[in-house]
Design a protein around this ligand. Structure first.
Ligand code: HEC
Length: 153
């Protein structure tokens, strides 16, 4: 997580991203069996990206993820967002809130060759404007093919 990301802008962007036309991406329901690479918690409920996040990488995209480049057509990365559950001296994941997806697609020229999607816990697509709601922020990572998180051995 880079602290340079403007959190003030996040809430506005995410709210807007849920109110535009959908991106037409299918829900990759098998993501739970992919490689879990890292987790992050944003405990502030007022934050646009509130939640307990994990990053999952499709096995075929793992080598590129580890290198930080070379994502092939179809490579898919997923972030489920869970409630932040605090109690008994522990912070843990609560109920699933939504699932964010990026899939390599060279026809998605307006969004850096990635198709973005977001889904509710039942796998129903949430409406979004992939360019405004997702890619504008991911664009900061152009040198890593628009992927923020990094492999931590
Ligand atoms: C304000 C910036 C911002 C916006 C807007 C944003 N993301 Fe991200 N996204 C991030 C950051 C930061 C990470 C890395 C999280 C981590 O390191 O745990 C990330 C991670 C991801 C990942 C895992 C791969 C990676 O880049 O690390 C996916 C998939 C993803 N986001 C999808 C989406 C989708 C879909 C949307 C739009 C609905 C979206 N993101 C909107 C900042 C953003």
């Amino acid at each position: 997580m880079k602290r340079s990301v403007s959190f003030a802008a996040v809430a506005a962007v995410v709210v807007s991203c849920l109110s535009y036309a959908g991106a037409g991406l299918a829900y990759p329901s098998e993501w739970r069996s992919w490689q879990h690479v890292k987790s992050m918690v944003i405990p502030d409920k007022a934050h646009g990206l509130y939640g307990f996040h994990h990053v999952y990488v499709h096995p075929k995209a793992l080598a590129a993820y580890q290198k930080g480049k070379g994502y092939q057509e179809g490579a898919t990365l997923v972030v489920p967002f869970y409630e932040v559950a605090e109690g008994g001296g522990a912070v843990s994941q609560g109920a699933l809130l939504k699932v964010a997806v990026m899939k390599r697609d060279k026809t998605a020229t307006e969004t850096g060759g990635w198709r973005y999607g977001a889904f509710d816990p039942a796998g129903k697509a949430l409406e979004l404007d992939a360019k405004v709601g997702c890619h504008t922020c991911h664009e900061a990572k152009k040198d890593r093919e628009f992927v923020f998180s990094e492999w931590a051995p």
